[in-house]
Write a protein that binds this ligand. Sequence first.
Ligand code: SAM
Ligand SMILES: O=c1cc(-c2ccc(O)cc2)oc2c(O)c(O)ccc12
Length: 243
Amino acid sequence: MEREALLRNPELKNMGGQGLLRTRKLTQYLLETSVYPREPEILKQLRATTAIHPLGLMGTLPDAGQVLTMVLEMVNVKKTIEIGVFTGYSLLLTALTIPHDGKITAIDPDQEAYNIGSPLIKKAGVEHKINFINSVAHPVLDKLLETPDEHDSFDFAFVDADKVNYAKYHEKLLKLVKVGGIIVYDNTLWLGTVAVEEELVPEMLRESRHYMKELNKSLAADDRIRICQLPCGDGMTICRRLR
Ligand SMILES: C[S@@+](CC[C@H](N)C(=O)[O-])C[C@H]1O[C@@H](n2cnc3c(N)ncnc32)[C@H](O)[C@@H]1O
Ligand SMILES: O=c1cc(-c2ccc(O)cc2)oc2c(O)c(O)ccc12
């Protein structure tokens, strides 16, 4: 019901499949011209497998995936952490991109969703790079923070999980990611709702919208990082730790 209300709401057109761009045709153009032709076959398979999951729309969008790949390569990422794995699109993409001896700590409490993508991760031959931890993120981050060797040790972090906790993850990740390292937050335009008056936003999205708006303000004011917010996927903010 809420989802139907979303689809009917002209202010939230991206839920109708057009993404954040002006028209569905433009989104299709971008995907068909620049994204799908370069998407590895195994990621296409993972997307197809995820589409039949009732929450399939949560999977990282392939245009956002292309940005992730670019950043991972540009920064020569070797050691990374991912909060929010679901069926593993962003995880597999990361594992395919980092070097053979790279390592990913991947955290998600939903083992069932991970089991959907895990055969494709094995098929791709990149399972050895992944330490999947079946848990919510905070206790895992706290454990890492108890180990001095883990401080300032990660090249990259990707956050795509419970939106209400992003600001808390930010404080912890800033201690784990090295100076010069990157933290990427997904969904920072939160289905377009950040720019819509609260009364027009369906109830189920209001709390996360509130936290996402607060996060966007605090990232913009945070002088420990450089930021760049991109209107790709569902909005993605790239942060680089400066000090
Ligand atoms: C949008 S999906 C992640 C999509 C994934 N990055 C992909 O590429 O398909 C969000 C995930 O966050 C997970 N999640 C929710 N709360 C969490 C928490 N407290 N800690 C870690 N993960 C959490 C959910 O189980 C869900 O799988
Ligand atoms: O529709 C969603 C919902 C989520 C979501 C909600 C609650 C959580 O604890 C975690 C994730 O995330 C989404 C997402 O990341 C996305 O790109 C699209 C839709 C949704």
